[in-house]
Write a protein that binds this ligand. Structure first.
Ligand code: MG
Length: 402
């Protein structure tokens, strides 16, 4: 079997409501949907972060996979792996790594379909059919032009309660770094009070917006609320290490350690307790499985990161979480905040869990009408998926008071 054709379709899918985070306000997600066609007529699907730049990278690097047997997925992944080790600052290199993630994902989908096996079974064996997620809680704008009550702690607590009542979650991932630290501490307290014993683990993610001093102060104040961990309180491995030295709260990252070359320093500095592996940032499913072994070696926790992925990548995440036993923390997803999807049977939550697809490969099918619709939408609106958070006009990240 050989890969003989590729279709790469960039899509932009809106979020239900604009989501606030430390860098701005997110309004949509842009992804590239990859379809690899073989000489036997099988089609494998993959997905990655980004749009037009990824499509250009796929065209530029097509010799890395075209004409190759998808069963040689490790060879293809190795060819793309060269882009994992080079600087993240070079945009095209970044796009090539992201492109490789989609190609590799599609190869696994092809292998699964050819063998009649699910990806999770190819990746070590599915241990659970229902993967548990944490409720992903944000401060949200009411609309793109109206913040509503999105600048009040009650806004996030309401959001948490609604997600628990509707979908039966037990854990929370709370996007922070938006209000003042004092208001965010109050938000956490409100969530604990309102949800009581229903809330098991709570983690926060200020996306590196706080100074070292603020991180230490806030985390020590929050300790009584039983934080599972804090994602990226401050910038860089050195900063993370300084914070970790001075707080008992465990630290996680999907910003300070996103490549294998950063792991030795993370370990030496004792900067990170948990790595949130992103199937695109790290370069594909094989890289995440490799990351799991490295984490096991150094006794670092592992969870999986969400980056507004759609249904195809969500399926890959489900297969990884279901089969890789190192994934020891509930994972998070933007899925419930997204207005739509491009697969025929979008995922649903029951008791905070999502069922692993039962079909071969990734087990999802592209909805052609939706793909066409959101590809056209992408042509119209491009990749402008964020706007500046005007509610924080005077805000300067990492000033000592933050
Ligand atoms: Mg994060």
């Amino acid at each position: 079997m050989k890969i003989v054709n590729i279709r790469a379709t960039p899509v932009t899918v809106p979020l239900k409501r604009p989501l606030r985070w430390s860098f701005g306000v997110e309004t949509s997600t842009t992804r590239t949907i990859v379809e690899l066609e073989t000489d036997e007529g099988l089609i494998g699907v993959g997905e990655t972060r980004g749009g037009d730049e990824v499509v250009r990278a796929l065209a530029l690097h097509r010799e890395l996979f075209m004409g190759t047997d998808p069963f040689e997925v490790s060879r293809i992944a190795r060819r793309f792996a060269v882009f994992r080790m080079t600087s993240e600052q070079l945009a095209l290199v970044g796009a090539a790594k992201l492109a490789g993630a989609a190609v590799e994902m599609a190869c696994w989908d092809l292998i699964g379909k050819a063998l009649g096996k699910r990806c999770g079974d190819l990746w070590g064996g599915i241990e659970t059919e229902r993967v548990e997620f944490a409720a992903y809680v944000f401060y949200r704008y009411a609309s793109a032009t109206d913040i509503g009550d999105g600048d009040r702690p009650e806004n996030a607590a309401d959001h948490a309660e609604e997600l628990f009542d509707t979908h039966g979650f037990r854990d929370i991932k709370f996007k922070n770094g938006v209000l003042t630290p004092e208001e965010e501490i109050r938000s956490v307290r409100l969530m604990r009070e309102r949800l009581g014993g229903r809330l098991r683990y709570l983690r926060i993610d200020p996306n590196a917006v706080w100074s070292v001093q603020t991180s230490v102060r806030v985390l020590n104040e929050l300790e009584e609320y039983g934080l599972e961990f804090c994602e990226d309180p401050t910038w860089g491995l050195e900063g993370m290490s300084l914070v970790r030295e001075r707080t008992p709260v465990a630290l996680a990252t999907n910003m300070a350690c996103v490549t294998f070359e950063q792991i030795p320093l993370s370990v030496r500095l004792r900067a990170v307790d948990v790595i949130l592996g992103d199937v695109h940032f790290w370069g594909g499913p094989s890289a995440v499985l490799h990351l799991a072994k490295v984490c096991e070696t150094f006794n670092i926790g592992l969870s999986l990161h969400s980056d507004r992925e759609l249904g195809i990548s969500t399926a890959a995440v489900l297969h990884l979480a279901a089969s890789e036993t190192m994934v020891g923390h509930t994972i998070d997803t933007h899925l419930l905040e997204q207005a739509d999807d491009i697969i025929t049977e979008p995922f649903t939550f029951h008791e905070g869990r999502v069922r692993v697809p039962s079909g071969p490969g990734l087990g999802v099918t592209i909805d052609r009408d939706k793909l066409r619709f959101y590809a056209e939408h992408h042509q119209r609106v491009g990749e402008s998926s964020e706007f500046k958070d005007t509610a924080r006009a005077g805000f300067r990240a990492r000033f000592p008071k933050y």
